[in-house]
Design a protein around this ligand. Sequence first.
Ligand code: PTJ
Length: 263
Amino acid sequence: MTEIPKSHPRYASLMTRERIADGVRNGITSVQGLIAQGRGEAFDYILGERTMRSADRATLAASAALLLAERPAISVNGNVAALVPAEMVELASLLNAPLEVNLFHRSEDRVRKIADLLRSHGAGMVLGESPDCRIPGLEHSRALATRGGIYDADVVLIPLEDGDRCEALVRMGKTVIAVDLNPLSRTSMMASISIVDNITRAVPNLIGKIRSLSGSTREDLHAVLSDYSNRSTLRDAILEMREYLTARMNELDSADCSAVKQI
Ligand code: PTJ
């Protein structure tokens, strides 16, 4: 791993990038995962690298849906495993839900390495190494599923997913929760609840909210969900991004912006 000094103004972002690069070196993350990370970083930059109000609302709704679920399941791919393995294990244990390794660029070696990584963080049930069924309507490897996991789940968490499987899972009648920094992606548009946030912030936020809602009645949880509209939350995400960009633009006009002056 490249040594990044803590004093570097982009320390957190660079460390996240290093974790993905390490994931590739260790056979956890696909090479394509680097490109996905770059795309995510670009969106994170233009939304201000913080949890937007809309994302916080989506995370609350997702927490309620996961607590109400009869059979929740959590999907893990190579980027998620590199960035938040311990947090995914903690989330699964809070919900008593299986973690299922599901890869777009599937190789049996990578599935096993990710499953081993999750187990090394204390995961109870890790599925995906022996898929026994397929998600209908998909022709690629992401169709592979496991009974007792994503296939039978009523609520599925799918961080950094492709739109195809998201749509297929929704077609199966599941409540699908996406985590995707791009509010315009097919995944964000198709999901039942779209958390437009970095997975590194979204999962700890989800864990915190699940803990604080865990004493709520089912009626209260249903009330949280019935107040929620994914369409208007995505709209708000785009508005918040626009507000953020407008504020940055105004700074250029008013502040003493030495970097710009140099050019
Ligand atoms: O491990 P595999 O083989 O299953 O492959 C995983 C990736 C992520 C490479 C694969 O699913 C893929 O190619 O995904 P996409 O189609 O590039 O979509 C990934 C989405 O996640 C994009 O919309 C990115 O903006 C978003 N994204 C990237 N990094 C993050 C993110 N969203 C939240 N947090 C991130 N850190």
